[in-house]
Design a protein around this ligand. Structure first.
Ligand SMILES: Cc1ncc(COP(=O)(O)O)c(C=O)c1O
Length: 387
């Protein structure tokens, strides 16, 4: 059987070993603290669930949608105005099945094979997959602890910047938990203008941001709408990960091109899900803020807990992830994760899954309540793995 050469651009599932080991240990009846999955344990609101159930009763809603309804597009416009003070119009919005799918198709919208794209390292894996599917050449720009895990534009050679088609920036960052400030975004916009690069802001965690920092939209910054677009996912703010709802928002020419590509393979978002999106976007902000406070308590329990037992971990400022340097010299992130699972029953994700700069780190997801996180920390202490 012949398979496409595109497939050869993707590595083997090296992390299958972690899963296999977990399944084997579960069969032995071991208890686990699973801090590896990036899907919230919080639930979607009753309003959202009701919207889905009601919309599903109408047989008309089971037909091909073919388009984003005006009702949904207006709800997105209202949300951007109210939440981010950003005025947008329907021609600046295209729905997609999660930012994952959207980013997966973005490379094919913007690049020819061999074109250069700029990606953060470490980064969320679909940034890499989307560029590879387009046959693009990836240049990683560093997110390093010395620069607070923020884009280091000086590290990008001018000839690479000149050749780049698009650059993905995602703050608050998965996996590093870093958050950009005004200077970060202003610097990025100036850089994109100077080198004529399309800036793609992946905004998945605007509502999971701590210590009083206000999450926002990149499109709020002056000049942003000339040089960029933003993926705005409903997955994490409203606990809708399985529903697959996100929007590409910004420059109408980019949005139109993205729609054109997707319309070749897609008949539009299931109409009941469009109703779900509207209901979610109308959620009372206080609910979202209460959830953010709950994440912050988890963040404190994990970062302070680990630091307290001799594993210094800085408090992340945003996202539902904690990025921790491996406390044992000479161990790969994969081996450390296997050891942590075996010895402490705590499951986290090897840093190597987030691109070349991820090695040497592990990522914890804040998907258990603080008391369970404290128990996990205690298991790590008792395991002696830090000794
Ligand atoms: C940075 C980042 N971008 C995109 C996604 C995917 O989001 P969606 O559920 O909208 O596909 C995630 C999910 O964890 C993420 O962390």
């Amino acid at each position: 059987m012949h398979f496409s050469s595109t497939l050869n651009r993707f590595g083997d599932e090296v992390f299958a070993a972690l899963n296999e080991r977990r399944i084997a240990l579960e069969k032995e009846g071991r208890t686990f603290y699973n801090l590896s999955i990036g899907t919230p344990d919080f639930v979607p609101s009753k309003r959202v669930r009701t919207a889905l159930a009601e919309a599903a009763q109408d047989p008309e809603n089971w037909k091909y949608a073919l388009r984003d309804t005006d009702e949904m597009l207006q709800a997105v416009c209202r949300y951007y105005e109210k939440r981010f003070s950003v005025s947008i119009t329907p021609d600046m919005i295209a729905s997609c099945y999660g930012s994952q799918e959207g980013i997966g198709h973005l490379g094919m919208t913007l690049c020819d094979p061999g074109d250069v794209v700029l990606l953060p390292s470490p980064c969320y894996p679909v940034f890499i997959a989307g560029a590879k599917m387009a046959g693009a050449q990836i240049h990683y720009y560093p997110l390093s602890p010395e620069k607070h895990f923020l884009p280091d534009l000086d590290a990008i050679p001018a000839d690479v910047a000149r050749a780049a088609r698009y650059m993905i920036v995602s703050l608050p960052s998965n996996p590093t938990g870093s958050v950009g400030d005004d200077a970060t975004y202003e610097g990025l916009i100036a850089f994109a203008k100077k080198y004529d690069i399309l800036l793609v802001h992946d905004n998945a965690y605007s509502d999971i941001i701590y210590d009083g920092i206000e999450g926002g939209s990149f499109l709020h910054y002056e000049g942003a709408r000339d040089v960029g677009v933003e993926f705005f996912s409903l997955s994490k703010s409203f606990n809708l990960t399985g529903a697959r709802i996100s929007f590409l928002i910004g420059r109408p020419d980019v949005v139109a091109a993205f729609r054109k590509l997707r319309s070749q393979i897609d008949f539009g978002m299931f109409l009941p899900l469009q109703k779900v999106a509207i209901a979610a976007l109308e959620t009372d902000r206080a609910e979202v803020q209460a959830q953010c406070a709950a994440y912050q308590a988890r963040r404190d329990a994990l970062c302070d807990g680990l630091t307290g037992i001799g594993w210094p971990v800085r408090r992340n400022q945003g996202s539902m992830f904690v990025w921790a340097k491996i406390p044992v010299a000479g161990m790969s992130s994969m081996d450390f994760c296997l050891a942590l699972m075996d010895r402490a029953g705590v499951i986290c994700t090897p840093g190597a899954s987030f691109g070349p700069a991820g090695e040497g780190y592990v990522r914890f997801a804040l998907v258990l309540p603080p008391d369970r996180i404290q128990e996990a920390v205690e298991q790590i202490r008792k395991s002696g793995i830090l000794a």
